[in-house]
Design a protein around this ligand. Structure first.
Ligand SMILES: *Cc1c(COP(=O)(O)O)cnc(C)c1O
Length: 399
């Protein structure tokens, strides 16, 4: 490494400002460096112009592009089989970027009938603000989708595996119907992660993630990704993100890059744990329905076996004794933690009816498959015997 020093001809105050980075780093850094800079200097002015208009161009200003962030975008685009990706500061920013770039005032959206609560909130806001009409259909019903599409439909919005009862969307069937009518299919692939499903390969146009969950994987970074099947949609999405400004910061990108390195290992280990916990819960006398795609009585069990490379780490189950009993189960947990969010290495449990879905009325809860006793579990990578010991003591306390 050459030692660069600032020209001694300059005064101390000038030299203090102009610390030089090493001009020549011999050997490649094995970890992607954090480019904690908002702006880039160019000897060639044409490169600066390029950086402002081209998502694959030079680096000029970090709202448009940053080397650490681009490393993450390219990595996740590769995992999803996309032509390009835009990293965002949160999953909600990813959803807004994916939809906002494609919606017009007065337009129409078709949305899967049970989706993440935050997404429902955003869609209701867009509906009121921009006069967007929203139709709901089951995620596995292409016939209902065909009937719901209108000439104004901008997009169909699905979740590969939905919250909290793990419904599985028929991504291939739904996107084939949408494509025939010239409508984009947008898929939130947060619960499946690219390890279990690559929706673009099944015909979707845009796939997005809350990278806060499995991609990051350690409950320490809020982030999102939007991945595009086609170049024009990618460029339009990037321009919308540059204009509205939800783009990711380099340190957040670095944390997600680190999480990605163990994504496949984590998802596989957590899925194994979820399959085992779901089987044991199904045999427990205090438990009613168990929602997990591995279970033969799951409504999309066969679809999940065809479409997913594994049934996934998320599961839910009903405490038959009802709401108070479910709350007491959560209160007795010692290893599992009662917390929202998901996708980290630690196992989390929560009660949807009193938290994520507390604003739902009885009919909406029933439609979402949630009872008063439903508990959702985001399975982590701990030893499954320790997890079961804690769950079973919480379900059947010693008297
Ligand atoms: C958490 C989550 C989001 C929102 O992501 P944030 O990172 O919290 O903004 C969107 N979709 C799904 C399925 C989620 O689980």
């Amino acid at each position: 490494m050459s030692l660069e020093q600032n020209p001694p001809s300059h005064s101390l105050s000038t030299r203090a400002v102009h610390t030089a980075a090493p001009a020549d780093v011999q050997g490649r850094p094995v970890s992607v460096p954090i480019y904690q800079t908002t702006v880039y200097a160019h000897d060639d002015p044409a490169l600066l112009t390029d950086s402002l208009d081209n998502p694959r161009g030079a680096f000029g200003y970090s709202r448009m592009a940053n080397p650490t962030v681009r490393a993450l975008e390219n990595a996740v685009a590769g995992l999803e089989g996309a032509v390009g990706a835009v990293a965002t500061a949160s999953g909600m920013a990813a959803i807004h970027t994916a939809l906002g770039a494609n919606l017009r005032a007065g337009g129409h959206l078709v949305v899967q009938d049970s989706i993440y609560g935050g997404t429902t909130g955003l869609l209701n806001d867009l509906a009121a603000r921009w006069d967007i009409r929203i139709s709901q259909v089951p995620g596995d019903d292409p016939v209902a989708l065909a009937a719901a599409l209108t000439p104004d439909t901008a997009a169909v919005y699905l979740e590969t595996i939905s919250n909290p009862v793990t419904s599985v969307a028929d991504v291939a069937g739904m996107s084939a119907v949408a494509r025939e009518r010239g409508v984009l299919t947008v898929v939130d692939n947060t619960f499946a992660s690219p390890v279990l499903c690559r929706p673009l390969q099944l015909g979707a146009d845009i796939v997005l993630h809350s990278a806060t969950k499995y991609l990051g994987g350690h409950s320490d970074v809020t982030a999102g990704l939007v991945c595009y099947a086609a170049d024009d949609a990618f460029v339009a999405g990037w321009k919308y993100a540059v204009a509205t400004g939800p783009t990711m910061d380099p340190f957040g990108a670095w944390l997600v890059i680190r999480g990605l390195q163990t994504l496949a290992l984590r998802v596989a280990a957590a899925t194994d744990n979820a399959v085992e916990l779901a089987a044991r819960l199904a045999g427990h006398p205090g438990v009613g329905r168990v929602h997990h795609p591995s279970r033969p009585d799951h409504p999309q069990h066969a679809l999940a076996e065809r479409m997913l490379d594994g049934p996934g780490p998320m599961l839910a189950f009903d405490v038959t004794a009802g709401r108070q009993a479910a709350m007491e189960v959560l209160g007795r947990l010692r290893l599992l933690q009662n917390a929202p969010s998901l996708g980290g290495v630690e196992t989390l449990a929560m009660h949807p009816a009193s938290t994520s879905h507390r604003h739902y009325d009885a009919a909406a809860l029933e439609q979402a498959g949630i009872t008063d006793g439903t508990i959702r579990i985001s399975t982590g990578v701990e030893d499954v015997e320790d997890l079961w010991a804690d769950l079973s003591q919480a379900l059947t306390p010693a008297r």
